[in-house]
Write a protein of this length. Structure first.
Length: 261
């Protein structure tokens, strides 16, 4: 079976699966937008604007928001775009933050979404940790997502959310053998976090690829903001060193691509 995926930028993609349309972590603010996440040493500037205008994206059966507390995963225009989604699935804390029709999911909780064509997709919230141990009070709760539907030949689709490599990934691997993994990378760092990364680097993504048994890996969340510290060129080299280059699929931004699942 094939799906269609369009990378809009950062961690935002449009997934078209048998008539079901899903958007993830929508970000549509213009380049130059600046956001402050801590009083000192916790700000970032958006360096790349949207390649697809928000006015043209249409309606969605669901929006999957890994977390709503950081604008690189849900900015001001992205929040407005949530109105075009019939359902918004996110963490419980982010659902309270967003209000409206946002639905909060606990880890391993499963819901079902459906499209006009009759395709039904099971969405399960997966563990994620947005930084080093004990960082939760500072960065807030994040989840990833597993998407399952009839006709998958290679296993479910996994969206990591903003996470580092930690024990939760082994728990995911114990339950699923992943077909396509959309991994949030970029080795995000802020001055306030010092040497500690808030998201995977490519070495971590390569480890996750092997751990999950992923057939195809789609890198996301690696450029367009000043707090991303590992550029694509360095990530390409790290994937080659890890021996997983043949599994990695870099997507052109703004252009739909078909993937086998």
């Amino acid at each position: 079976m094939k799906i269609r995926i369009t990378h809009l930028g950062t961690a935002s993609v449009i997934l078209e699966i048998g008539g079901v349309r899903v958007i993830t972590d929508p970000v549509f603010d213009p380049a130059g937008s600046r956001y402050k996440w801590a009083p000192v040493g916790g700000s970032s500037t958006k360096t790349e604007g949207p390649l697809v205008p928000v006015e043209t994206i249409g309606a969605f059966d669901a929006a999957l928001v890994s977390h709503a507390q950081h604008e690189d995963n849900l900015d001001r225009a992205g929040r407005a775009a949530l109105a075009s989604a019939r359902r918004v699935l996110t963490t419980r804390a982010s659902a309270r933050r967003l209000g409206g029709h946002a639905e909060g999911l606990a880890e391993w909780e499963t819901v079902e979404i459906a499209g006009a064509g009759g395709t039904r997709i099971r969405v399960t919230a997966t563990p994620a940790r947005h930084g080093p141990p004990l960082s939760l009070p500072f960065v807030g709760k994040v989840i990833g997502f597993i998407l399952e539907w009839d006709g998958q030949d290679r296993g479910p689709l996994y969206i990591s959310g903003d996470t580092v490599v930690f024990g939760g990934l082994a728990k995911i691997a114990a339950r699923y053998r992943v077909g396509v993994a959309l991994l949030h990378m970029g080795q995000a760092k802020l001055p306030i976090t010092g040497p500690f990364r808030l998201t995977m680097d490519a070495a971590g993504a390569a480890h996750a690829t092997k751990l999950l048994g992923a057939h195809t890996v789609v890198p996301l969340h690696y450029d367009g903001w000043t707090h991303f510290s590992e550029p694509r060129e360095a990530a390409v080299a790290a994937f080659e060193t890890a021996g997983v280059t043949d599994r990695v699929r870099w997507l052109p931004k703004g252009t739909p691509v078909e993937l086998d699942v």
